[in-house]
Write a protein that binds this ligand. Structure first.
Ligand code: ATP
Length: 235
């Protein structure tokens, strides 16, 4: 579903992502972990088609993000770590706007909005302006907006930050349902205990270079993900 081949991204002379290659197949939830400044957000933005990159190729369900950006973007959803929402809109208007962008029909969007907004406990707030939302409520709205068009690839930057425990639990269930239905999820996180429990795969990035990638159980062996991460960071 996602294939990154030899991705390199520089900011002036600073190499933020260095010759990174990885695949995330349908049915997989892959955690992307690394220290602050390791290159996670840069990689996610490159996949999402938000920033240009210097070298390499990114395919989303076989479609090249650089040469066919609209087609590739239709297949995915990207949730940034601090989503910028249109604060003057009501929650429901924002969701309808996103559904329009992705050309989701009336019935399908109503069904998705109702289901996910109710499960993430934001449904009763949809008629209020986004400017009146708390940080966690904005995060929930952004998550619902990412799910409306049932993307084949979900790219999430720290999706659990700001969520209360009930919504966090519910979102994990939703992630599992998505991959069971043939999607793939690639998400960055610093919460290793959660990643260890919910992810089928893990990719670890250090100073822009991918240092480990594979099945969660195989990569960590008998160690916790935290112990493995600390070991690799100290090498
Ligand atoms: P964090 O865990 O703190 O969110 P990250 O792994 O997402 O970090 P990135 O945001 O991808 O890291 O940053 C990778 C490197 O690129 C860092 O050294 C950062 O300073 C640099 N960088 C990121 N964005 C820019 C930019 N717009 N201009 C210049 N340098 C940048």
């Amino acid at each position: 579903m996602l294939e990154i081949k030899n991705l390199t991204k520089k900011y002036d002379s600073k190499v933020a992502v260095d010759n990174l290659s990885l695949k995330v197949e349908a049915g997989q939830i892959c955690a992307f972990i690394g220290h602050n400044g390791a290159g996670k957000t840069t990689t996610l933005k490159a996949i999402a088609g938000i920033i240009e990159f210097d070298e390499g190729e990114i395919l989303v369900d076989g479609i090249n993000i650089a040469s066919s950006p609209i087609e590739a973007k239709q297949k995915m959803a990207y949730l940034p770590d601090n989503p910028d929402l249109y604060e003057h809109l009501k929650g429901i208007d924002y969701l309808n706007f996103i559904a329009n962008v992705y050309k989701v029909g009336k019935e399908d969007r109503q069904k998705s909005i109702e289901e996910y907004a109710k499960r993430l406990e934001i449904y009763n707030n949809l008629k209020a302006p986004i400017s009146s939302y708390s940080h966690g409520m904005k995060q929930k709205l952004a998550l619902v907006s990412a799910l409306i068009h049932k993307p084949k690839l979900l790219l999430l930057d720290e999706p659990f930050v700001g969520l209360d425990p009930i919504s966090s639990h519910e979102f994990k269930e939703i992630m599992n349902e998505f991959v069971k239905n043939g999607s793939a999820i690639f998400y960055s996180t610093h919460v290793l205990e959660v990643a260890e429990k919910i992810c089928t795969h893990v990719a670890i990035i250090k100073q822009g270079k991918l240092i480990t990638h594979g099945e969660m159980k195989k990569v960590r062996g008998l160690k916790s993900l935290e112990s493995l991460f600390l070991e690799l960071e100290n090498e």
